[in-house]
Design a protein around this ligand. Structure first.
Ligand SMILES: NC(=O)c1ccc[n+]([C@@H]2O[C@H](COP(=O)([O-])OP(=O)(O)OC[C@H]3O[C@@H](n4cnc5c(N)ncnc54)[C@H](OP(=O)(O)O)[C@@H]3O)[C@@H](O)[C@H]2O)c1
Length: 309
C-alpha cells in the first residue's frame, strides 16, 4: 500500500486531499495540531512541529508528502517569513527521509517580485522546492470554496446580518474552485511522476461583486451590494472586527483581490461549477461567524475542522 503524509488532514484543503488519497488506496499519516475525528482511526496522527529530527522520523517510509501548511496572519510569533523557514525545514526533512515526492500547496500568482508577503513567501517556498532535487508538484489554488472556506463563509455571514455590503470599487475578477475539485487536482499531482507547476482553478470567472451577489442568492437574502472606496470598505471592517475580535480581511488580502491574484491564466483543471455548489449548499453558509484567529491560535486550535471523507 503506498503511504502518504498530509499536513492538516483534519483542516480545510488537507481534509479533501486526505479523503481523496484514502479512496485511492493510500495509507495515511497526518501532521496536525488537531484531534482526530471519530471514525478515522485508520489515519495515524503526529504533531506538526518544525523540529528537524521529529520531521525526518515522521516522514520516513512516505511515498508522498502533501504540504498544506501556511499561515494567514502574523500572530503568536508566526509570520510569512517564519512559515517560509518552517517549510524549508520540511523540504530538507523530506529529502533526508527519502520521501519520493513532495506536493506543495502554493497559491495562484505567487511571485518573488510581489509586494505582498503571502504571495512572495509562497514563491520563495516554490523556489526552494524546485532547487531541492525532490520529485515535486507545486499546486496553486485560487479561492477554494467549500464548507470550511473562511472568506465565502464570512461574506455569507455578513450578508445574513447586514442590509448592505460594500465591495471595493473597480473590476476585480476571481476564479474559484470547489474543495472537492481542489482535493482531486492535488491528489492527481501526488500520483503523477513528472515535476509540475499547476493552477487549481474552476471553470467560472466572476467579478468580486458578482461573487458577493451569488453568495446573497445562495443564502436567499436580498442585499444592497455597492461599490465603495477601499478606505471605506476597510474602515467599516475594522469597526466590526472590534466586536468580532478577529481579522476579517487584511489590507494585503484586499490588494491581492484587486490585483486579480485569485484568477488563473491556464486552462482550468477544476470542472465542478462553484455556482452550483453554492446554490446547493448556501443554506448552511454563514450561519455562524468563522473566527480565524480562534480557529488557529485560540480555543478552536485543536478541534477538527474537516474530515477526510
Ligand atoms: N483556502 C483557500 O482558498 C486557499 C487558496 C489558495 C491557497 N491556499 C493554500 O492552501 C493551503 C491550505 O489552506 P487551508 O485553507 O486548508 O488552510 P488551513 O485550514 O488553515 O490549513 C493549513 C495548514 O496549516 C496549518 N496552520 C495554519 N495556521 C497555522 C498556525 N498559525 N500555526 C500552525 N499551523 C498552522 C494547519 O494546521 P492544523 O492542521 O493544525 O489546522 C494546516 O495544517 C495553504 O497553504 C493556503 O495558503 C488556500
Amino acid at each position: 500500500m503506498p503511504r502518504a503524509v498530509v499536513t492538516g488532514a483534519f483542516s480545510n484543503i488537507g481534509s479533501a486531499v486526505a479523503g481523496e488519497l484514502l479512496r485511492r488506496g493510500f495509507g495515511l499519516h497526518t501532521l496536525t495540531g488537531r484531534h482526530r475525528p471519530p471514525g478515522f482511526e485508520q489515519v495515524t496522527v503526529a504533531p506538526l512541529t518544525f523540529e528537524s529530527e521529529h520531521l525526518v522520523r515522521e516522514l520516513e517510509g512516505a511515498d508522498v508528502l502533501v504540504s498544506t501548511y501556511w499561515i494567514r496572519l502574523s500572530q503568536a510569533g508566526k509570520s510569512f517569513d517564519t512559515a517560509v523557514d518552517d517549510l524549508k525545514l520540511l523540504i530538507d526533512a523530506a529529502n533526508r527521509a527519502g520521501v519520493r515526492r513532495f506536493v506543495h500547496v502554493s497559491v495562484s500568482n505567487a511571485s518573488l517580485d510581489s509586494i505582498l508577503g503571502y504571495y512572495r513567501g509562497k514563491a520563495q517556498v516554490d523556489a526552494a522546492l524546485r532547487e531541492s532535487g525532490l520529485s515535486h508538484a507545486i499546486v496553486r489554488p485560487t479561492l477554494v470554496v467549500g464548507p470550511h472556506d473562511v472568506l465565502s463563509g464570512n461574506i455569507a455571514w455578513f450578508l445574513r446580518h447586514f442590509p448592505a455590503f460594500p465591495v471595493p470599487s473597480g473590476v476585480a475578477r476571481l476564479q474559484p474552485i470547489t474543495l472537492a475539485d481542489c482535493g482531486r487536482v492535488i491528489a492527481d499531482a501526488a500520483e503523477a511522476a513528472d515535476d509540475q507547476d499547476i493552477d487549481a482553478a474552476g471553470p467560472e470567472v466572476y467579478t468580486f461583486r458578482e461573487y458577493v451577489e451569488l453568495l446573497a442568492r445562495a443564502c436567499s437574502v436580498r442585499r444592497l451590494v455597492f461599490g465603495a472606496p477601499d478606505w471605506l470598505a476597510l474602515a467599516s471592517l475594522r469597526l466590526v472586527e472590534l466586536f468580532l475580535r478577529d481579522v476579517v480581511l487584511t489590507r494585503e488580502e484586499l490588494l491581492g483581490l484587486k490585483q486579480e491574484l485569485l484568477l488563473s491564466h491556464s486552462s482550468p483543471l477544476g470542472s465542478e461549477s462553484v455556482e452550483r455548489w453554492l446554490l446547493d449548499n448556501g443554506q448552511g453558509l454563514g450561519r455562524t461567524y468563522i473566527n480565524d484567529i480562534d480557529r488557529h491560535f485560540g480555543s478552536g486550535a485543536a478541534a477538527p475542522i474537516g474530515r477526510p471523507e
